[in-house]
Design a protein around this ligand. Structure first.
Ligand code: SF4
Length: 432
């Protein structure tokens, strides 16, 4: 295959290729060419975005140089990026130069994209074979009917109403859609508050921010009865069931520790089936201990970096230390529960040698069962600026080699994207 052609957009959002330029990409602050064998057809369920105020950069095979292109056939053009479907990890971001005063990009992930032989291509890999969030599983009519019947089944449950009215209907959240379809992982948001201030928080942005959060944070704290009412039937009846506290439409669930602990106890008084999971920032190991004692099965702890300075620059922790995060992961090991790192991937930084050394130290100390690779949803230049990443030497190995490194260096670690159900934990020879 030849290198795909550069893809751009006009001011009306019409996306097309530039016949004389090949696609280029970036890792950290470096321009590069994607390797052909690292390109895959754009996964179904992905979207393409025009990037306002960003001038596309392609590769000119005639000159062997990268080339900026501002106009095509007399019309102004902008760079284009792909926002990939879940379960895929990106290798490179798109190549462009930003005009002074270019608007900050919304809170999505931006992946390089090109056009070859009638198809869009992206430098990426499917990292999890689980199809729970694949587009093929979502039939709009069936989801709409199922959402309606959920509201009828639980007419007085505010949390079910939130999941249906906001998460299914407004955000098309795949996890909430799977809840109404009575299958797989079911979200259980509980916390309106948080004790961190992540730069790219998708549920709350400060008033002065120039980006809007892509979801609205839940505005109430549900009762134990509301939580138990729909999670018990889900665990009892759904295939490969998981219920997960800690969602994109809430704050930090550890701030609702007592509520969650009591809910877990009451759920487990009804059923032992399925996995009760917590997605968290891992800020309160003592609270987490009470949750494990109550019967929590697994945790997924998010972090953008294993280096404290970069972690602090992104998370802005208010009342906890970086060491609390490590302690929380280690606690899961002590309780013989499943632990995942939700590792926020940024090409050129995640695979940077200094970051890899810090991750090695963390893995060696806390021994997680899994690393879930999550493409970081943020304007790449904003992230670089907030963390001061432009000062880093371009000492990175490339995301494909990073994946190989994790697989070969830590064979006990499952590399993936989703919180596993009990069946999969068993297959991974974990003690469940
Ligand atoms: S921990 Fe989660 S909810 Fe809290 S600021 Fe960060 S992204 Fe937002």
């Amino acid at each position: 295959m030849n290198m795909p052609l550069l893809v751009v957009s006009d001011d009306h959002g019409n996306i097309f290729e530039i016949p004389h330029l090949r696609m280029a990409a970036m890792a950290l602050t470096e321009m590069c060419l994607p390797q052909e064998d690292h390109l895959i057809p754009l996964p179904r369920g992905s979207n393409l975005f025009m990037l306002p105020g960003r001038t596309p950069v392609g590769y000119d095979p005639q000159t062997g140089q990268f080339a900026t292109i501002e106009n095509f056939q007399g019309a102004k053009i902008s760079a284009v990026a792909a926002f990939m479907a879940p379960a895929y990890v990106q290798f490179l971001r798109p190549a462009y130069t930003s005009a002074p005063g270019a608007p900050r990009l919304s809170l999505y992930c931006y992946t390089a994209v090109g056009w070859y032989n009638g198809k869009f291509y992206v430098p990426a890999e499917r990292i999890d074979e689980d199809t729970r969030q694949d587009l093929k599983n979502f039939n709009e009519k069936k989801i709409s009917r199922a959402a309606h019947s959920m509201l009828q089944r639980y007419p007085n449950n505010r949390l079910v109403a939130h999941l249906v009215d906001k998460c299914v209907h407004c955000y098309s959240c795949p996890a909430a859609r799977n809840f109404v379809m009575e299958r797989w992982e079911c979200p259980v948001p509980t916390s309106p508050a948080c004790n961190a201030g992540c730069v790219g928080c998708i549920s709350l942005q400060p008033q002065q921010s120039t980006v809007v959060s892509s979801q609205e944070r839940i505005a109430f704290t549900p009762t134990i009865a509301e939580i138990v009412e729909f999670t018990v039937p889900h665990l009892e009846q759904a295939p490969r069931p998981v219920i997960s506290f800690g969602q994109g439409c809430e704050g930090e669930p550890l701030l609702e520790g007592e509520l969650i602990a009591e809910s877990i106890k009451q759920i487990r008084a009804h059923t032992q089936r399925g996995i009760i999971n917590l997605n968290t920032n891992g800020s309160r190991p003592r609270t987490l201990k009470t949750l494990f004692e109550a019967g929590l099965d697994s945790i997924r702890i998010s972090l953008n970096s294993a280096q404290e300075d970069f972690y602090r620059a992104y998370y802005n922790p208010q009342d906890f230390a970086f060491s609390d995060v490590g302690e929380s992961i280690a606690l899961a090991r002590g309780f013989n529960r499943w632990s995942s790192l939700n590792y926020l991937v940024f090409p050129g930084f995640t695979d940077h040698k200094a970051e890899m050394a810090a991750l090695h130290t963390l893995i060696t100390e806390v021994k997680p069962n899994m690393i879930q690779t999550r493409n970081l949803n943020i304007d790449p230049e904003w992230y670089i600026q907030e963390l001061g990443l432009e000062k880093l030497k371009p000492d990175f190995i490339g995301m494909p080699d990073w994946i190989n490194y994790i697989r070969t260096s830590y064979p006990w670690i499952k590399l993936g994207y989703f919180n596993p159900p009990r069946e999969e934990m068993k297959r991974e020879h974990f003690g469940f």
